[in-house]
Design a protein. Structure first.
Length: 375
């Protein structure tokens, strides 16, 4: 009788153990699925942040905030080497601690991590201790994970997670954090091209207009506030003739006068840049091609009625004893001729492709063509 009861109890225990194991497996499976869903959501949030009309620095800060919120991270700091020095791109740590945070590449405990491209976990055992890299801090961080960041095997900086609790990352899944780190690198790799464009934008010497690069950085933020816009490119088709028949100074004056006229007559809501040489671009944000037709006609008619000459005060041509040629040049009057091409641009598509198409049309058009063409 007792043996029978014991056998039954053993069987019940075995069944319960098996049941608990299966429940545990299901819970772990659920956690893994939930983690994957979270990771996918984070990746989607990353992509949304990249696509937003904001600067590179603002995008990186938003990405860091996404990490802190989604993974409930206490402190998260992204540090990038800009070619001259290390700078904190994003952090929720008080700025008074930034000096130490952007110098971690010089800390011995992290040098090996950088050389081997592997994460480094550090912690203390009690509240009275502090992490070795903290020079003037005592109560903020008690554990940290350091991730070196690489783009195409080139070291570019690091991401460091910190907690105010000792051993807080003991049981953290490093593989999940590695995935997050890879996503951070992907974002940095993507936005580095935008940062390059933002840094090389220049102002044209003769016109005071922004250069072509402005369109792909700050300009695109404005244009992409609308679903559809019109890109207008025009070319001064007789500029070479003016330069060769008269002089380059007169050609420069033509460019300056046309630029000034368009600038004075265009709305502040639109973007006007000197694209390249005798080509200019007007971006009509939020307006379709039919909406700009009348304005472009008026602009073209006025430009082709302009009478442009060198200013009397031009030094090269107003000497006390002017040569015969300088007198002739000072009296010359020219009228510019322009060829215009329009195209629609849709938010989310390739702006550079639209502009390339317009440029190819104008460059391959007949030299005598002076029209307004909708491509």
């Amino acid at each position: 009788m007792i043996i029978g009861v014991a056998v039954v109890l053993v069987i019940i225990v075995i069944i319960l153990v098996i049941y608990n194991i299966k429940i545990s497996q299901k819970i772990q499976k659920f956690k893994n699925i939930n983690q994957k869903i979270t990771n996918l959501q984070v990746v989607q949030d990353f992509m949304n942040a990249i696509g937003e009309t904001s600067s590179v620095d603002e995008k990186i800060k938003k990405i860091n905030n996404i990490l802190i919120e989604k993974y409930e991270i206490k402190y998260s700091t992204i540090v990038v080497f800009n070619g001259a020095e290390y700078e904190i791109k994003a952090s929720n740590v008080d700025e008074r601690h930034w000096e130490s945070l952007k110098s971690l590449q010089d800390v011995d405990m992290f040098k090996d991590s950088i050389q081997t491209a592997t994460p480094k976990y550090v912690t203390v055992n009690s509240e009275s201790e502090r992490l070795p890299y903290q020079k003037m801090e005592f109560g903020r961080a008690k554990s940290a994970i350091f991730f070196p960041l690489y783009i195409d095997n080139v070291y570019i900086g690091y991401w460091i997670l910190e907690s105010g609790t000792p051993h807080d990352f003991d049981n953290v899944d490093i593989t999940v954090l590695e995935v997050i780190k890879d996503n951070i690198v992907s974002v940095l790799k993507t936005v580095v091209h935008q940062k390059t464009l933002e840094s090389i934008v220049r102002t044209d010497l003769f016109t005071g207009l922004y250069s072509e690069e402005y369109l792909y950085g700050e300009g695109k933020k404005i244009i992409d506030q609308y679903t559809i816009s019109t890109m207008c490119m025009f070319k001064i088709v007789n500029i070479e003739e003016i330069n060769e028949k008269y002089c380059r100074e007169l050609g420069n004056e033509v460019i300056k006068e046309i630029s000034k006229y368009v600038q004075d007559n265009i709305s502040e809501d639109y973007i006007f840049v000197r694209y390249m040489g005798p080509k200019f671009v007007i971006a009509f944000s939020g307006v379709d091609t039919e909406g700009v037709a009348g304005f472009i006609n008026d602009i073209k008619d006025h430009i082709e009625q302009m009478k442009i000459s060198l200013p009397e005060e031009t030094t090269n041509y107003t000497t006390q004893e002017p040569s015969e040629k300088s007198v002739d040049m000072a009296k010359q009057v020219v009228t510019p001729i322009i060829n215009v091409a329009l195209s629609s641009y849709y938010k989310g598509t390739g702006l550079e492709e639209v502009l390339k198409k317009l440029e190819e049309y104008l460059d391959n058009a007949d030299k005598n063509e002076s029209d307004i063409t909708n491509i």
